[in-house]
Design a binder for this molecule. Structure first.
Ligand SMILES: [Zn+2]
Length: 384
């Protein structure tokens, strides 16, 4: 059966590319509500076209989102498919075109992750055409705020995870056909360092309460935590002071921290407290807030079941499949932390996402689509 479905899918590569072109040409940076609302309309229609009950969820402060499901999914726990509609490219970007050559397709979001949305639509279409979808409990959720940490969709993703048995996330795949079996956890920190202002020429003590000086100590201490690949700390932005002749009153640090597992999370929290609570420069102080966070999705967890199924399916389909852990985060982090078996990276393979060089390998679009359809079937059948 999987072979037959795959043949059908392979014959529809052009249709997939046509949908990809349409989606990519809707500019949908995370803050572009108008574009995201159009994406939501389009995806809701496409998913309804596969026979799912599909609805647009309205949001006032971010782009609308889409929830679609088979009637079965109302009654029982099943497969959750998750993909995001937003990209990192702002509304005024010059990277606003779509282009194909014989082998590749290029454009904002082809890989991250409008290609994955196309994979989901056509996998479900194929299952529907073979009369299989109606008997399966499948839920699809497309959010509009993943690239900014999923602040508005996180709760919904966690809720849907609680109502599902397993999940597939359609972020782009690796160049050798890798799917993603683990992701690091992440904490984003905003640190404010406070000093005491004054004329630089009038200063006469042994400890000048400079916020910039204290912040510099913090940078060295925070960067000193680095221990890749287990722990990566990056002070990505350092701002402070006003004029050369003023003792700086205030400095700001933006920090990105990635860790592998719960032990790493604990170590990070303890270390941050230790470093930020204790001033090196007398007369200064520090406050901080967590601007974003995602729990880790450790390798070797519940998702291994789905990876085994994907391997089996890839073998039957004769397509390449590898596995990888990634430093970057996705909504799979929330799903894994909710205790669900999750496999990520089922979108088409490509590279250079988050840059104007973003591309996918065209033939991987139908391949990943067949793989996804097979994973849905195997996942839910094995479960019976
Ligand atoms: Zn993404």
């Amino acid at each position: 059966m999987i072979q037959k479905i795959a043949e059908d899918i392979y014959s529809r590569q052009q249709e997939m590319l046509d949908l990809l072109r349409r989606l990519v040409l809707i500019q949908s940076g995370s803050h572009n509500k108008e574009g995201l609302d159009r994406m939501a309309e389009t995806m809701a229609q496409e998913l309804a076209g596969t026979g799912l009950e599909s609805e647009v969820l309205s949001f006032a402060h971010c782009g609308n989102m889409v929830l679609a499901r088979t009637p079965r999914a109302r009654e029982q726990k099943g497969m959750l498919l998750v993909g995001h509609m937003d990209t990192v490219f702002a509304a005024d970007t010059s990277f606003d075109w779509y282009h194909e050559d014989e082998t590749y397709a290029y454009g904002p979001g082809v890989l991250d992750m409008k290609g994955g949305l196309v994979v989901a639509v056509f996998a479900l279409k194929a299952l529907a055409e073979y009369g299989l979808l109606q008997d399966l409990a499948v839920t699809v959720f497309c959010n509009s705020d993943e690239e900014v940490g999923s602040p508005y969709s996180r709760e919904l993703i966690e809720e849907l995870s609680g109502k599902s048995k397993m999940a597939l996330v359609l972020e782009g795949g690796g160049l050798e056909g890798e799917v993603v079996v683990g992701r690091k956890g992440k904490i984003g920190l905003q640190v404010q360092v406070w000093g005491q202002g004054g004329h630089a020429g009038n200063f006469s003590g042994s400890h000048k309460p400079s916020a910039v000086l204290e912040a510099a100590h913090k940078v060295v201490s925070l960067e000193g935590l680095n221990c890749p690949p287990q722990l990566q700390v990056n002070v990505g932005r350092f701002q402070g002071g006003t004029m050369a002749n003023c003792i700086p009153e205030k400095a700001l640090l933006d920090v990105d921290i990635r860790f592998q597992d719960e032990d790493g999370a604990k170590f990070v929290q303890d270390s941050i407290e230790r470093i930020l609570k204790k001033p090196e420069v007398p007369g200064t102080s520090c406050t901080w807030e967590v601007s974003s966070s995602r729990p880790p999705m450790p390798e070797g967890g519940r998702g291994e079941v789905l990876y085994s199924l994907a391997r089996e399916a890839a073998g039957e389909l004769g397509i390449p499949l590898g596995r990888e852990g990634r430093g970057g985060v996705s909504d799979a982090n929330f799903i894994a932390a909710a205790g669900l078996a999750v496999l990520d990276g089922l979108g088409p393979v490509g590279d250079f996402d988050h840059s104007p060089g973003e591309y996918i390998l065209k033939k991987s679009l139908p391949q990943r689509c067949a793989l996804t359809a097979a994973c849905i079937l195997k996942g839910l059948h094995q479960d019976k």
